[in-house]
Ligand binder design. Sequence first.
Ligand SMILES: NC(=O)c1ccc[n+]([C@@H]2O[C@H](COP(=O)([O-])OP(=O)(O)OC[C@H]3O[C@@H](n4cnc5c(N)ncnc54)[C@H](OP(=O)(O)O)[C@@H]3O)[C@@H](O)[C@H]2O)c1
Length: 287
Amino acid sequence: MPGRSTAVLITGCSSGIGRATAERLAASGWRVYASARRLEAIAELADRGCRTLALDVCDEQSMAEAVRTVADAEGAVGVLVNNAGYSQSGAVESVPIERIRRQFETNVFGLIRMCQLVAPGMRAQRWGRIVNIGSMGGKLTFPGGGVYHATKYAIEALSDALRFELRGFGIDVSLVEPGLIRTRFGEAASASISAATPEDEGSSGPYSQFNRQVARITEEAYEGTLARLGAGPQAVAETIATALSAKRPKPRYPVTASARLLINQRRLMPDRAWDLAMRRQFPTPRV
Ligand SMILES: NC(=O)c1ccc[n+]([C@@H]2O[C@H](COP(=O)([O-])OP(=O)(O)OC[C@H]3O[C@@H](n4cnc5c(N)ncnc54)[C@H](OP(=O)(O)O)[C@@H]3O)[C@@H](O)[C@H]2O)c1
């Protein structure tokens, strides 16, 4: 359709996957609106050919304003990359409920709301692309990650429904499922545990030892030898670029060989076999 907008709006560009994606897409000629909660965190992206916008996915006004800004300049948001997110880790019982709400507000409700806000413009021009950043953690669950995994499982369901519902309007929806990606994510996940459990911080709480171990395993995964099984954020950016330039984008794009392997292993493994494998790596909280 002549004149349709292919402008790309990306959430969470201050670091990691969002930043790499903004750089990658701008370098290959996409008109990119990189966004972040703090504009100063994305100043450099302006030098790399991106337009920059303030956008907090937990703030209705901020989301609406960002979408309006792009629509006023371009006609519509042509492509939305829902990337903003983090892991609120820790044993489910030990995470304060307001932190769990915040986790869903960011990873799930923010993503839903962004889709709702961009869809009318995409429908009007009968073309659009939505790329949701899920995780291999939307297909399997590590102990101590229940709250985060729940948000990524939710994104699997939402992406399936949206793909069906928006297709007839010319809008394709893809879900990217990264494995371990070396970004600030691991650090933030392990920091979220100690911050999550003030009463559990000492050595006496029922989940103190477990949570400490989850934090240690997370740090090791992102900083130790295991990190070699992962990839840099550019690998995800590359996958997103592939999805956006495909005539018929795939519903799902797992990223990293180890993510593909783990997703398949989990699919084939009975639940009790998975639990046993997890018990070999994580301590069982007990009296
Ligand atoms: N790294 C991995 O191993 C991995 C694996 C699977 C999936 N993922 C997913 O990939 C996505 C990006 O993570 P990353 O690895 O690139 O981690 P990252 O480097 O920590 O980046 C996370 C981004 O999300 C932003 N963000 C958090 N809350 C926000 C909010 N309310 N509004 C707007 N932006 C917000 C952060 O901005 P601030 O600087 O303002 O906090 C930051 O830009 C996440 O959805 C994550 O779940 C990551």
